[in-house]
Design a protein around this ligand. Structure first.
Ligand code: DP6
Length: 361
Protein backbone atom coordinates (compact mmCIF):
# COMPACT_ATOMS: atom_id res chain seq x y z
CA UNK A 1 0.00 0.00 0.00
CA UNK A 2 1.48 3.39 -0.88
CA UNK A 3 1.65 6.01 1.83
CA UNK A 4 -1.07 8.21 0.36
CA UNK A 5 -3.56 5.34 0.50
CA UNK A 6 -2.23 4.47 3.90
CA UNK A 7 -2.68 8.07 5.01
CA UNK A 8 -6.25 8.29 3.67
CA UNK A 9 -7.09 5.09 5.46
CA UNK A 10 -5.53 6.24 8.65
CA UNK A 11 -7.17 9.68 8.33
CA UNK A 12 -10.51 7.91 8.01
CA UNK A 13 -10.00 5.53 10.85
CA UNK A 14 -7.82 7.52 13.25
CA UNK A 15 -8.55 11.06 12.12
CA UNK A 16 -6.40 12.72 14.74
CA UNK A 17 -3.14 10.87 14.13
CA UNK A 18 -1.63 12.53 11.04
CA UNK A 19 -1.02 16.20 11.57
CA UNK A 20 0.59 18.62 9.18
CA UNK A 21 2.58 21.83 8.84
CA UNK A 22 2.88 23.65 5.53
CA UNK A 23 4.67 26.67 4.11
CA UNK A 24 4.89 28.53 0.82
CA UNK A 25 8.39 29.94 0.40
CA UNK A 26 9.74 32.05 -2.46
CA UNK A 27 12.76 31.86 -4.66
CA UNK A 28 15.13 34.84 -4.57
CA UNK A 29 17.37 36.65 -7.00
CA UNK A 30 20.85 37.66 -5.83
CA UNK A 31 22.20 41.13 -6.64
CA UNK A 32 25.50 40.53 -4.84
CA UNK A 33 26.28 36.90 -5.56
CA UNK A 34 27.22 34.09 -3.21
CA UNK A 35 29.88 32.15 -5.09
CA UNK A 36 32.25 29.94 -3.14
CA UNK A 37 31.93 28.50 0.36
CA UNK A 38 33.94 27.40 3.38
CA UNK A 39 33.38 24.58 5.85
CA UNK A 40 29.77 23.57 6.38
CA UNK A 41 27.87 25.77 3.95
CA UNK A 42 29.44 29.05 5.08
CA UNK A 43 29.73 31.68 2.36
CA UNK A 44 33.10 32.89 1.10
CA UNK A 45 31.61 36.41 0.78
CA UNK A 46 28.46 38.28 1.83
CA UNK A 47 25.50 38.45 -0.57
CA UNK A 48 22.30 40.49 -1.04
CA UNK A 49 19.11 39.33 -2.76
CA UNK A 50 15.43 40.07 -2.93
CA UNK A 51 12.68 37.52 -2.52
CA UNK A 52 10.35 36.89 -5.43
CA UNK A 53 6.60 36.68 -5.35
CA UNK A 54 5.35 34.28 -8.03
CA UNK A 55 8.20 31.74 -8.07
CA UNK A 56 7.74 29.66 -4.93
CA UNK A 57 7.56 26.15 -3.48
CA UNK A 58 4.66 24.81 -1.41
CA UNK A 59 5.74 22.13 1.05
CA UNK A 60 3.61 20.11 3.46
CA UNK A 61 5.10 17.88 6.12
CA UNK A 62 2.65 15.32 7.55
CA UNK A 63 3.80 13.84 10.82
CA UNK A 64 2.69 11.13 13.15
CA UNK A 65 4.29 9.73 16.31
CA UNK A 66 5.84 6.31 15.79
CA UNK A 67 4.32 3.47 17.72
CA UNK A 68 7.70 1.89 18.32
CA UNK A 69 10.80 3.93 18.90
CA UNK A 70 13.45 3.45 16.21
CA UNK A 71 16.68 5.29 15.54
CA UNK A 72 16.09 5.78 11.80
CA UNK A 73 14.38 8.76 10.27
CA UNK A 74 11.27 7.43 8.55
CA UNK A 75 10.20 9.71 5.72
CA UNK A 76 8.66 9.58 2.28
CA UNK A 77 8.97 12.37 -0.21
CA UNK A 78 6.72 13.29 -3.13
CA UNK A 79 7.63 16.03 -5.59
CA UNK A 80 4.65 17.23 -7.68
CA UNK A 81 2.75 14.13 -6.46
CA UNK A 82 5.41 11.71 -7.70
CA UNK A 83 8.27 9.91 -6.04
CA UNK A 84 11.61 11.41 -7.02
CA UNK A 85 14.61 9.28 -6.00
CA UNK A 86 17.18 12.06 -6.60
CA UNK A 87 15.38 14.62 -4.44
CA UNK A 88 14.56 11.93 -1.89
CA UNK A 89 18.22 11.04 -1.58
CA UNK A 90 19.19 14.68 -1.07
CA UNK A 91 16.51 15.10 1.59
CA UNK A 92 17.61 11.95 3.35
CA UNK A 93 21.18 13.26 3.68
CA UNK A 94 19.81 16.66 4.73
CA UNK A 95 17.51 15.27 7.45
CA UNK A 96 20.29 13.05 8.80
CA UNK A 97 22.52 16.12 9.07
CA UNK A 98 19.83 17.93 11.11
CA UNK A 99 19.51 15.39 13.93
CA UNK A 100 21.28 17.69 16.40
CA UNK A 101 19.02 20.63 15.48
CA UNK A 102 15.83 18.56 15.53
CA UNK A 103 16.39 15.62 17.91
CA UNK A 104 12.68 14.66 17.69
CA UNK A 105 12.99 13.59 14.04
CA UNK A 106 13.48 9.83 14.67
CA UNK A 107 10.36 9.72 16.87
CA UNK A 108 8.01 10.63 14.03
CA UNK A 109 6.95 9.27 10.68
CA UNK A 110 7.23 12.06 8.11
CA UNK A 111 5.55 12.42 4.74
CA UNK A 112 6.80 15.37 2.75
CA UNK A 113 4.98 16.74 -0.29
CA UNK A 114 6.39 19.55 -2.36
CA UNK A 115 5.43 21.43 -5.53
CA UNK A 116 6.75 24.47 -7.35
CA UNK A 117 4.71 27.31 -8.85
CA UNK A 118 7.04 27.36 -11.86
CA UNK A 119 7.44 24.50 -14.36
CA UNK A 120 10.16 22.07 -13.37
CA UNK A 121 11.62 22.40 -16.84
CA UNK A 122 11.91 26.20 -16.77
CA UNK A 123 15.63 26.09 -16.03
CA UNK A 124 15.05 27.93 -12.74
CA UNK A 125 16.97 26.74 -9.70
CA UNK A 126 14.43 25.64 -7.14
CA UNK A 127 16.78 24.90 -4.25
CA UNK A 128 16.26 28.31 -2.57
CA UNK A 129 12.47 28.01 -2.47
CA UNK A 130 12.31 24.28 -1.78
CA UNK A 131 14.95 24.14 0.96
CA UNK A 132 13.57 27.24 2.69
CA UNK A 133 10.02 25.83 2.57
CA UNK A 134 11.23 22.57 4.10
CA UNK A 135 13.31 24.37 6.75
CA UNK A 136 10.28 26.49 7.73
CA UNK A 137 8.13 23.34 8.00
CA UNK A 138 10.75 21.69 10.24
CA UNK A 139 10.88 24.78 12.47
CA UNK A 140 7.07 24.88 12.66
CA UNK A 141 7.06 21.20 13.51
CA UNK A 142 9.54 21.89 16.30
CA UNK A 143 7.32 24.69 17.55
CA UNK A 144 4.23 22.46 17.53
CA UNK A 145 6.06 19.76 19.44
CA UNK A 146 8.02 21.86 21.92
CA UNK A 147 6.06 25.10 22.17
CA UNK A 148 9.13 27.30 21.49
CA UNK A 149 7.66 30.51 20.13
CA UNK A 150 10.11 33.42 19.77
CA UNK A 151 9.37 34.91 16.33
CA UNK A 152 12.88 36.31 15.73
CA UNK A 153 14.56 33.07 16.73
CA UNK A 154 12.09 31.15 14.59
CA UNK A 155 13.11 32.86 11.34
CA UNK A 156 16.80 32.92 12.25
CA UNK A 157 16.73 29.21 12.92
CA UNK A 158 14.75 28.62 9.70
CA UNK A 159 17.35 30.61 7.75
CA UNK A 160 20.21 28.72 9.38
CA UNK A 161 18.57 25.36 8.70
CA UNK A 162 17.71 26.39 5.11
CA UNK A 163 21.38 27.39 4.58
CA UNK A 164 22.47 23.86 5.46
CA UNK A 165 20.27 22.60 2.60
CA UNK A 166 21.29 25.26 0.07
CA UNK A 167 23.19 28.49 0.77
CA UNK A 168 20.88 30.78 -1.22
CA UNK A 169 17.84 29.31 0.63
CA UNK A 170 18.99 31.13 3.80
CA UNK A 171 17.88 34.40 2.10
CA UNK A 172 14.37 33.16 1.23
CA UNK A 173 12.82 33.14 4.72
CA UNK A 174 11.97 36.87 4.65
CA UNK A 175 10.36 39.19 2.11
CA UNK A 176 11.99 42.18 0.40
CA UNK A 177 15.79 42.52 0.47
CA UNK A 178 17.95 40.13 2.48
CA UNK A 179 21.63 39.89 3.30
CA UNK A 180 23.65 36.85 4.29
CA UNK A 181 27.30 36.76 5.33
CA UNK A 182 29.64 38.75 7.52
CA UNK A 183 30.48 42.33 6.66
CA UNK A 184 31.87 45.08 8.86
CA UNK A 185 29.08 47.50 7.85
CA UNK A 186 26.70 45.89 10.40
CA UNK A 187 27.42 43.61 13.32
CA UNK A 188 24.21 41.56 12.86
CA UNK A 189 25.51 40.32 9.50
CA UNK A 190 26.80 36.78 9.90
CA UNK A 191 27.62 33.63 7.97
CA UNK A 192 24.99 31.42 9.65
CA UNK A 193 21.66 33.04 8.88
CA UNK A 194 20.38 35.85 6.69
CA UNK A 195 18.84 39.06 7.98
CA UNK A 196 16.11 41.15 6.30
CA UNK A 197 17.04 44.62 5.03
CA UNK A 198 13.57 46.07 5.18
CA UNK A 199 14.31 49.44 6.79
CA UNK A 200 15.25 52.64 4.93
CA UNK A 201 15.10 51.18 1.44
CA UNK A 202 14.88 54.00 -1.12
CA UNK A 203 11.48 54.14 -2.86
CA UNK A 204 12.89 53.41 -6.32
CA UNK A 205 13.84 49.92 -5.09
CA UNK A 206 10.69 49.15 -3.12
CA UNK A 207 8.70 47.64 -5.98
CA UNK A 208 11.31 45.95 -8.12
CA UNK A 209 10.14 43.69 -10.94
CA UNK A 210 12.03 40.62 -12.14
CA UNK A 211 11.08 39.48 -15.64
CA UNK A 212 12.84 36.14 -16.04
CA UNK A 213 13.70 35.42 -19.66
CA UNK A 214 14.00 31.66 -20.03
CA UNK A 215 16.81 31.13 -22.51
CA UNK A 216 17.19 27.42 -21.89
CA UNK A 217 14.69 25.15 -20.18
CA UNK A 218 17.12 22.27 -19.78
CA UNK A 219 18.46 20.96 -16.51
CA UNK A 220 21.84 22.54 -15.68
CA UNK A 221 24.77 20.34 -16.69
CA UNK A 222 26.99 21.80 -14.00
CA UNK A 223 25.59 22.23 -10.50
CA UNK A 224 26.13 25.37 -8.40
CA UNK A 225 27.71 23.14 -5.74
CA UNK A 226 30.40 22.11 -8.22
CA UNK A 227 31.01 25.77 -9.15
CA UNK A 228 31.27 26.71 -5.46
CA UNK A 229 33.81 23.91 -4.94
CA UNK A 230 36.02 25.20 -7.75
CA UNK A 231 36.34 28.48 -5.84
CA UNK A 232 38.36 26.72 -3.11
CA UNK A 233 41.56 26.84 -5.17
CA UNK A 234 40.51 29.44 -7.69
CA UNK A 235 43.39 31.66 -8.90
CA UNK A 236 41.19 34.77 -8.38
CA UNK A 237 39.73 33.77 -5.02
CA UNK A 238 41.29 36.56 -2.94
CA UNK A 239 40.45 39.17 -5.56
CA UNK A 240 36.84 37.93 -5.70
CA UNK A 241 36.41 38.18 -1.92
CA UNK A 242 37.65 41.79 -2.02
CA UNK A 243 35.41 42.66 -4.97
CA UNK A 244 32.26 41.09 -3.44
CA UNK A 245 32.84 42.88 -0.12
CA UNK A 246 33.27 46.18 -1.91
CA UNK A 247 30.17 45.61 -4.08
CA UNK A 248 28.24 44.64 -0.95
CA UNK A 249 29.11 47.93 0.76
CA UNK A 250 28.26 49.96 -2.35
CA UNK A 251 24.92 48.14 -2.73
CA UNK A 252 24.18 48.68 0.97
CA UNK A 253 24.55 52.43 0.44
CA UNK A 254 22.73 52.58 -2.90
CA UNK A 255 19.69 50.73 -1.51
CA UNK A 256 19.35 53.47 1.11
CA UNK A 257 20.29 56.53 -0.93
CA UNK A 258 18.82 55.59 -4.34
CA UNK A 259 20.53 55.92 -7.72
CA UNK A 260 19.46 53.36 -10.29
CA UNK A 261 22.48 53.87 -12.51
CA UNK A 262 24.89 52.96 -9.75
CA UNK A 263 22.62 50.05 -8.74
CA UNK A 264 22.61 48.75 -12.33
CA UNK A 265 26.39 49.02 -12.62
CA UNK A 266 26.95 46.95 -9.45
CA UNK A 267 24.31 44.32 -10.32
CA UNK A 268 25.69 43.79 -13.82
CA UNK A 269 29.32 43.73 -12.62
CA UNK A 270 28.34 41.00 -10.14
CA UNK A 271 26.66 38.91 -12.86
CA UNK A 272 29.72 39.01 -15.08
CA UNK A 273 32.00 38.45 -12.08
CA UNK A 274 30.58 35.02 -11.27
CA UNK A 275 30.41 33.94 -14.92
CA UNK A 276 34.02 35.09 -15.43
CA UNK A 277 34.98 33.06 -12.36
CA UNK A 278 33.35 29.98 -13.91
CA UNK A 279 35.23 30.56 -17.15
CA UNK A 280 38.55 31.01 -15.34
CA UNK A 281 38.10 28.02 -12.96
CA UNK A 282 40.27 24.98 -13.37
CA UNK A 283 38.64 23.12 -15.09
CA UNK A 284 36.79 25.99 -16.68
CA UNK A 285 33.16 25.93 -17.77
CA UNK A 286 30.53 28.27 -19.14
CA UNK A 287 26.78 28.26 -18.56
CA UNK A 288 25.92 31.11 -20.92
CA UNK A 289 24.35 30.64 -24.37
CA UNK A 290 24.64 32.82 -27.50
CA UNK A 291 21.06 34.01 -26.82
CA UNK A 292 22.15 35.26 -23.36
CA UNK A 293 24.62 37.65 -25.02
CA UNK A 294 22.09 38.71 -27.68
CA UNK A 295 19.51 39.55 -25.00
CA UNK A 296 22.09 41.50 -22.97
CA UNK A 297 23.11 43.49 -26.01
CA UNK A 298 19.43 44.31 -26.78
CA UNK A 299 18.92 45.45 -23.17
CA UNK A 300 21.96 47.74 -23.37
CA UNK A 301 20.78 49.36 -26.63
CA UNK A 302 17.23 49.78 -25.34
CA UNK A 303 18.54 51.41 -22.15
CA UNK A 304 20.83 53.76 -24.07
CA UNK A 305 18.02 54.84 -26.37
CA UNK A 306 15.26 55.21 -23.81
CA UNK A 307 17.22 56.23 -20.69
CA UNK A 308 15.05 53.97 -18.53
CA UNK A 309 16.04 52.46 -15.15
CA UNK A 310 16.54 48.81 -15.99
CA UNK A 311 19.35 46.30 -15.66
CA UNK A 312 19.95 42.58 -15.94
CA UNK A 313 21.35 39.90 -13.70
CA UNK A 314 22.33 36.28 -14.26
CA UNK A 315 22.16 33.30 -11.94
CA UNK A 316 24.14 30.12 -12.33
CA UNK A 317 22.59 29.51 -15.75
CA UNK A 318 21.86 31.17 -19.10
CA UNK A 319 18.54 32.83 -18.15
CA UNK A 320 18.42 36.61 -17.97
CA UNK A 321 16.63 38.44 -15.13
CA UNK A 322 15.46 41.89 -16.14
CA UNK A 323 15.23 44.14 -13.06
CA UNK A 324 13.32 47.46 -13.05
CA UNK A 325 10.82 49.47 -10.98
CA UNK A 326 7.08 48.87 -11.32
CA UNK A 327 6.56 52.37 -12.76
CA UNK A 328 8.06 51.41 -16.14
CA UNK A 329 6.46 47.97 -16.40
CA UNK A 330 4.37 48.80 -19.47
CA UNK A 331 7.37 49.93 -21.52
CA UNK A 332 9.42 46.92 -20.45
CA UNK A 333 6.70 44.39 -21.23
CA UNK A 334 6.38 45.95 -24.72
CA UNK A 335 10.15 45.73 -25.12
CA UNK A 336 10.19 42.06 -24.04
CA UNK A 337 7.30 41.13 -26.32
CA UNK A 338 8.68 42.96 -29.35
CA UNK A 339 12.44 42.36 -29.03
CA UNK A 340 13.30 39.67 -26.50
CA UNK A 341 10.78 36.80 -26.64
CA UNK A 342 12.32 35.57 -29.89
CA UNK A 343 15.44 34.59 -27.89
CA UNK A 344 13.47 32.81 -25.15
CA UNK A 345 12.89 29.08 -25.22
CA UNK A 346 9.41 28.73 -26.83
CA UNK A 347 8.94 32.44 -26.16
CA UNK A 348 8.68 31.68 -22.43
CA UNK A 349 9.31 34.29 -19.73
CA UNK A 350 8.11 34.66 -16.14
CA UNK A 351 6.64 37.94 -14.94
CA UNK A 352 7.80 38.10 -11.32
CA UNK A 353 8.42 40.83 -8.77
CA UNK A 354 9.65 41.45 -5.24
CA UNK A 355 7.52 39.58 -2.72
CA UNK A 356 6.62 39.68 0.95
CA UNK A 357 8.29 36.44 1.94
CA UNK A 358 7.02 33.03 3.01
CA UNK A 359 3.52 32.35 4.24
CA UNK A 360 2.21 29.58 6.43
CA UNK A 361 -0.56 27.91 4.47
C1 DP6 B 1 24.69 31.95 -8.49
O1 DP6 B 1 22.61 28.26 -3.16
O2 DP6 B 1 22.36 27.04 -5.34
O3 DP6 B 1 22.58 31.64 -7.46
O4 DP6 B 1 24.67 26.23 -1.46
O5 DP6 B 1 25.50 24.63 -3.15
O6 DP6 B 1 23.02 24.90 -2.79
P1 DP6 B 1 24.39 25.56 -2.77
O7 DP6 B 1 24.38 26.66 -3.91
P2 DP6 B 1 23.26 27.67 -4.34
O8 DP6 B 1 24.15 28.79 -5.07
C2 DP6 B 1 23.54 29.91 -5.60
C3 DP6 B 1 24.52 30.66 -6.42
C4 DP6 B 1 23.94 31.83 -7.19
C5 DP6 B 1 24.15 33.15 -6.45
C6 DP6 B 1 23.26 33.44 -5.28
O9 DP6 B 1 22.10 33.03 -5.24
O10 DP6 B 1 23.75 34.19 -4.40
Amino acid sequence: MNWLKEKKLSEKTKQSEWKKVNWRSPSNIALIKYWGKNGKQLPMNPSISFSLSKSYTDTTVYYKKKERQEKEIDFKYLFEAKENPDFSNRINIYLQSLLKDFPFLPYYRLRIESRNSFPHSAGIASSASSMSALALCLCSLERELTGISNQLDFFRKASNVARLGSGSASRSVYGGFNAWGEHSVLKELNNYYAIPLSENIHKIFQNLQDSILIIDKGQKKISSSYGHRLMENHPHRIQRIKEANSHFLQMWEVLKCGGFERFAAIVEAESFAIHNLMESSEPSFSLLKPETYKVISKIESFRNQNKLPLCFTLDAGPNVHLIYPLEIKKEIVNFIESELVEFCSNGFWIDDNMGNGPIRL
